[in-house]
Design a protein around this ligand. Sequence first.
Ligand code: 5GP
Ligand code: MN
Length: 351
Amino acid sequence: MNSKQVQELKALLSSPKKIVIVTHWSPDGDAMGSSLGLYNYLTKKKHQVTVITPNDYPSFLEWLPGNKKVINFSEKAKPAKAAVAKANIIFCLDFNSLKRIDTLGEEVGKAKAVKCMIDHHLQPEDFAAFMLHDVKACSTCELVYDFIELMEDKKYLTKDIANCLYTGIMTDTGSFRFPSTQAKTHRIIADLIEAGAENSSIHERIYDDNTEDKLRLLGFCLEEKLTVLKEFCTAFFHLREDELRRFHYKKGDTEGLVNYALSIKGIRFAAFFVERDGIIKTSFRSKGDFNVNLFARKHFNGGGHANAAGGMSDLTLDESIIKFVSVLADYKNELNPSSTVKKAKSKKASV
Ligand code: 5GP
Ligand code: MN
């Protein structure tokens, strides 16, 4: 966003407006933290704000201030459609392609409202008049903080806003450990704590909210569902619908699972395949320069970030795994550079 656009947005927001905030399918901590952080800021500025999610999100995010006002489009399409149609401004948070909000995308696409995208995913599509987009930002929450600063409104940074933004920065950085965490991230975090963010209690609310079923499902996955392909420095889990049922699966119960595969020494690429409502959803994570955004886009109809991406597959679960393992062969040199060295060495030795 250039300075002229910043002034335009400032002028637009200088009088009360009807505003809708939408975020991506299966919202995570950053999606809900940024949406409700922005919601709390804009309501403080006397705007009429509606937050809409395409579908449901995990219960460990339900404590976020403003949660009770969120409209789930898959359950309440009518009021959501009405709010989108009437809106003066629509903020699109933590996604950059209308495909990511499923059928809600049709409503947003045809709405007359001015659209403003705030996002940090790679390869944004061109559907918004205003874009605060930075792939180097650790989270959309960091960009919402930047947005409030650009509007010269840091005086409005309340405890509620701080709690929301802290949550998204914490979850999207893996509790401040991913390479996207920079000095700037910690400076913002310091500011949020000064504004009242309850840092220690937020970690508890998000990470110590496990049910016994969730932990037993994790145990089952670690014991019986983990496949390690050493030659590709790759490890993955896959779960069937009946297995989810066995552990009384609830939304959010498999969140973070893929990271256990990535935590194995020597593993650079991790994946998770899950069968839900007849669709195969995939999660990809990597360490170093193996780009899972490109991998997800090319093979699994998805996208995301260089080290964290997702997608889906129309194949069955077994077929998806077969496809995954077979395409890995094309990436063997990238994933396991030492295998090429070994090959080259043995070739030399045999000459
Ligand atoms: P997760 O594996 O946690 O669902 O998602 C990891 C990252 O990839 C998130 O930033 C998420 O927004 C993105 N992502 C997940 N699924 C999809 C998808 O189907 N399409 C695209 N474009 N991005 C996705
Ligand atoms: Mn995010």
